[in-house]
Design a protein around this ligand. Sequence first.
Ligand code: MIG
Length: 772
Amino acid sequence: MQTEILGNTESTAKQGNVLIIKTKEAEARIWVYSPSVIRISISKQHSADTSFAVIQKPGEKLNYTESADEIVLTTASLKLRIGKSPLRFNFYTADGKVLSEDDPRFGTNWQGSRVVNYRKLYPDEKFIGLGEKTGDLNRRGSSYVNWNTDAPDHGPKSDPLYETFPFFIGLHSGLTYGLFFDNTHKSYFDFGATTDEQMSWFGADGGDMNYYFFGAQSVSKIIEDYTWLTGRMEMPPLWTLGYQQCRWSYMSAAEILDIAETFRKQNIPADVMYCDIDYMDHYKIFTWNKETFPDPKSFIDKLKAMNFKLVNIVDPGIKVEPGYKQYDEGVAKNYFATYPTGEKFVGSVWPGRCHFPDFFREDVRKWWGTSFSALTEPGVAGFWNDMNEPAAWGQNIPWMVKFGDYYMPEIRNVYGMEMARATYEGTKKLLGNTRPFVLTRAAYSGTQRYSAVWTGDNSAYDAHMLLGQRLVNSLGLTGMSMVGVDIGGFSGDPTPELMVRWNSLGVYTPMFRNHAMKGTKYREPWRWGKENEAIIKKDIEQRYRILPYLYSSYYQSHKTGIPVSRTLAINYTQDTSIYNEKYQNQFLFGDALLIAPVESTRLTEDVYLPKGDWYRLSSGEKYEGGKSVNVPSPLTDLPVFVKAGGIIPMQNVIQSTAEKGDGILEVNVWYGNEANSFVYYEDDGSSYDYQKGSYYKREISFDADKSSISLSAAEGSFTSKYSKIKLVMHGFKGHIKTFEVNGKPVKIWPDVDNGTDYSLFDNDSKGIKIAY
Ligand code: MIG
């Protein structure tokens, strides 16, 4: 096999909105999607121009000049200089600063169907992203493979895991850029790991060198652009933000009801119970075990009466068993993957011998979707998609297995996403105006449009807890905001200390789900002794306190793609300390909270606080940032800090999101010199009416210079469930002279225990101005 390197330009032509450049080896096509997003696709033979990830079309404008050796394409924010001979692609900011360039020697090249792009590596260049990848926050010096894999027992260095997000962000010379390699084949990324630090490279076993280059000059704007291109999440059902209790498996309806009752008896807030694979009849998807779940509807009605939602698992494998509805229908309509001869592929999974639906076909997705009536009719609210890498015992589904026209190797990495899509589209239809919840294990770029993800089978030890946090933070960079890890660790048994610590981190995990493997000790909050139960309860209560803040943070993800859990690399990109291994797990949870994950054995911890002032959430103690501080981290108090100026709407504890609560919205503001604002968002938490204007949105602003806190008039037709506002002012001692709401003096009380000052007044959606 020879290496073919992209050579000299033979012709250039503009065809509508695409620039086409031909060399002896290949054809390059260039489109401008937006001023900060340019796409290049280079191929010896272009495949059909379809994408599972991208939902935008290229723009119409193509501004370029051509000379004998160069084409220079410009947009408002980018300059792409194309060297004609040999054909190389080099990106600059509009004012000419180098963002990223092809390696002049190798650029794009091939070995047979394998295609690779080599790029220059800059001395200070760092890399972040790639979604669910182990290793460090800064991926410089590491290499990765994308090949969706069932990875039980993976460790903090294992690769690949379950999901593929071929999108990374490069950082150097104070500049930022992003690159999305939209190629679903097995793919490879190397950030200077094996090139003597000369180059970075990425490539795939097949397909086109098809990538999108992002030139925005901030990590958050790059995430906005990437999620503009690949889509954003809908508003999640509010109940999914509550505490979720899962296990492989609660073995009967009676057992699940018993657990749910215990939550209520112990007054530990919770919203969700799960059915793992044992609810089914011999693991047949869309069936119920008649002995252990004899009457699904009355079982779910009882859960509903206790304000619990139920989520059920479905795997893709359909058991080979004549007489089983989904098998018979799938065979009759040819819905399953085949060998090239047309024979159906058989792989073995939990049900035994199985066929695998071809989710790449619309009619199959429809059929799959309607099958969920077996779950939605009795009242299941959420749909958990597992084993969709796809997994089968032995793992290596043969390369010649066909899904319609696609062979396994070209679409393995998107199978899980298309299953999640079928599940989402189908259940959305069945549920009418109610938002479905889908949770998937395998994913590809764009999955955020359909589903939440969790990080698969983690393990009950400290390093895995920390790894999980990095995975969550990294997934946030690639558009996945709603992400969970199995709190407590899926395999193995956590020590009580680890369970408590991990649960406290779960409070600040976008999806808060406790889950464990068959054979492990039970994990529910009351299994750890009275003292630990009390800590776990208090932490879960904290989750319910911050729900108004969390829901508003999800609104940001819905609108802009900015994730709920944010690696510090988003807001503090140029601060090199945050990439330090010691601090790399830290993250912002929403706009205002900084969380430092701490191992369960460490009762004090060094935390790095970026520049600015910070307050410890639990004590109100103030810290100066721009340095590391050693802080107490007992199991009762995970280090959580609030940015000075931070605005966090909270509520009093409720036992589930279905409860109305006491109608008091607690607006917390921490004193700070820089003016700040927060977009507060509320809607009914369950329907799609928000898309028709039924929401309640207002900006809460704080400006110390003006001694003012204000809430703008509420936008939207929804009526807030909070009739009163309790304003809690942290760190305002000495700053409060008078206190007026809309020009009228209102009472304000000092809270001696917390060192805060607070007031209570009516929630007026017309707008509230507070002067102090
Ligand atoms: O082969 O459904 O990652 O969360 O509990 C194991 C049983 C299959 C793997 C999932 C895990 C789930 C388990 N599943």
